[in-house]
Design a protein. Structure first.
Length: 427
């Protein structure tokens, strides 16, 4: 198999003679057929073919195939956002009366989805620390537990998830492990190689990489034996009345999970990605290997500089030897730990504010993980309604500054930090 950089450039789309070199944007909601029977067979899932872009579109499919190739899966779908990807990944196998387990350091939007919104639909949740022991994980598993969820590198705490260990515990108990691989991307970590069963992405981040399109993805490893645990995953292993009694595992084998995601969830809930946005992702994926290497290299330089800076109270970046997750980073992300790091300053809230206001090259954004260096102080921005104590309970240090190192020259990024600290001290 070709190396990952080559696959970034070529996977998903191979034009034949006389076809466009770059992936065409098929901007069409629907597709033409010649006989009524042809169309009927599509709706029975007897034939494959495009009929309506809410379910599938050639541009979107090519990019899904490109990402699927990079992750090493059997099938993938693109969604309208990362939130939609995580929602689909969970509700494809969990419904009212079921229960899921997730690491408590995951992205706030996913935390809220699992902790507040899905419980309203009858799906229970237990959050565990990412470093919970195997015994603690097993103690949280109930007869109605359907899956376990974590992030490769957590947002915003940049902690590395021990995928292999969690996968082993999940599998021992007949559960799939879903990993949100947004920050690492398949260029830095491929969770299926460590036992994860499903991977999700907010492609809005590094995969797009230029801050132009909100999107998400779900990728299926094809490895989880859904029908081994009789009755646990009835949506996949028993007849689906809405497709004339078809059983996904019987009809689609290893691709059962991802086919159901499209033919059932995408059909009923929408949330597809537009062909135009998929095209932007295609461009992003073609340079992902180069960008992730540069993001990681520059972030390590910035983290090392912050580590020795007297105004800095603490720095977290798994690429630093001093980081508590450095050993996990060497195992799961040996080629780099992405562009995101976080740190705290010694001067207190007022100092933090003056520092942020004094940054020139770095911009204040709720976004993270694209070519522009950007910064966010959750306590003053995304989580400003919470007290310091509530912030700590949510696993966010009140002084945490999330810093996303872009593709500018790292020396300029460090100069910007230096001058902003000087300004904050003078004020
Ligand atoms: N997962 C992670 C790790 C994220 O960082 C985000 C957004 O920041 C999401 C999911 C949600 O993605 P989106 O904003 O594309 O809906």
């Amino acid at each position: 198999m070709a190396k990952i950089g080559t696959r970034c450039v070529h996977a998903g789309y191979s034009p034949k003679k006389g076809e466009p070199r770059q992936l065409p944007i098929i901007q069409s909601t629907t597709f033409k057929y010649e006989t009524s029977d042809q169309m009927g067979r599509l709706f029975d899932l007897e034939d494959s073919g495009y009929f309506y872009t809410r379910l599938q579109n050639p541009t979107v499919d090519a990019v899904a195939a490109q990402l699927c190739d990079l992750e090493g899966g059997v099938g993938a779908i693109l969604t309208s956002s990362g939130q939609a990807a995580n929602l689909f990944a969970v509700i494809n196998i969990a419904g009212a009366g079921d229960h899921v387990i997730a690491a408590n350091n995951i992205y706030g939007g996913t935390f809220n989805l699992l902790g507040v919104t899905l419980p309203k639909f009858g799906i229970g949740i237990t959050f565990l620390k990412a470093d919970a022991s195997n015994e603690e994980i097993e103690a949280a598993i109930r007869p109605n537990t359907k899956l376990v969820f974590g992030e490769t590198i957590s947002n915003p705490g940049v902690e590395v998830f021990d995928i292999e260990r969690w996968a082993a515990v999940a599998h021992k108990n007949g559960l799939p492990l879903i990993i949100d691989n947004t920050f690492a991307t398949p260029c830095l970590c491929r969770p299926f190689e460590w036992g994860a069963d499903i991977v999700t992405h907010s492609t809005t981040k590094f995969i797009d990489g230029h801050g132009v399109s909100v999107g998400g993805a779900v990728v299926d490893s094809g490895n989880f034996p859904w029908d081994r645990y009789s009755g646990k995953f009835p949506g996949l292993t028993t007849p689906d009345a809405s497709y004339h009694g078809l059983t996904y595992t019987k009809k689609f084998g290893k691709a059962a999970y991802i086919v159901k995601c499209t033919t059932h969830l995408m059909r009923d809930l929408g949330s597809m990605q537009s062909p135009q946005n998929a095209f932007y992702l295609h461009l992003g994926l073609q340079t992902l290997h180069l960008r992730m290497a540069r993001h990681s290299e520059s972030a390590l330089k910035v983290a090392k500089w912050l580590e020795q800076c007297p105004d800095v109270a603490w720095v977290r970046y798994p690429g630093l030897e001093s980081d508590p997750h450095h050993a996990l980073a060497l195992k799961y992300c040996p080629d780099g730990c992405s562009g995101v790091l976080c740190f705290g300053l010694k001067g207190g809230r007022g100092f933090d504010k003056r520092f942020l206001d004094a940054l020139k090259l770095t911009t204040i954004e709720t976004h993270v993980a694209d070519c522009h260096t950007c910064v966010l102080h959750p306590a003053s921005h995304t989580h400003r309604q919470l007290s310091d104590e509530q912030l700590r309970e949510a696993g966010i240090a009140p002084d945490l500054i999330r810093f996303s190192v872009g593709l500018e020259d790292p020396e300029d990024i460090i100069e910007d930090l230096k001058q902003a600290l000087q300004c904050a001290k003078r004020a």
